[in-house]
Design a binder for this molecule. Structure first.
Ligand SMILES: [Zn+2]
Length: 86
């Protein structure tokens, strides 16, 4: 089987079983197709940003209040956003 990629114009000589499995119904080669499992722009929900792990020391009574708010990460995120975002 001869397969020609419509994007990079690469010509591939393929075994029929390979063609059936990976190329049939496609018009671009594997290199030109979006990778599955990779990060695709515009896919899924928008990212909140970069996740960084921090250790914070606070008195236990403060922790109790923070934990009373629910999600600790969300609490610190909200606090930081309120502080720095316009
Ligand atoms: Zn290609």
């Amino acid at each position: 089987m001869l397969f020609k990629c419509s994007k990079c114009q690469k010509k591939l000589s393929l075994q029929p079983n390979i063609f059936e499995k990976a190329y049939k119904g496609h018009d671009t080669c594997l290199d030109c197709r979006p990778k599955h499992g990779g990060s695709r722009e515009g896919a899924g929900r928008p990212s909140l940003g970069t996740t960084k792990k921090v250790s914070v020391t606070l008195p236990d009574d403060i922790w109790e209040k923070i934990e009373g708010e629910g999600n600790k990460s969300a609490f610190f995120r909200d606090l930081a956003l309120k502080e720095f975002e316009k």
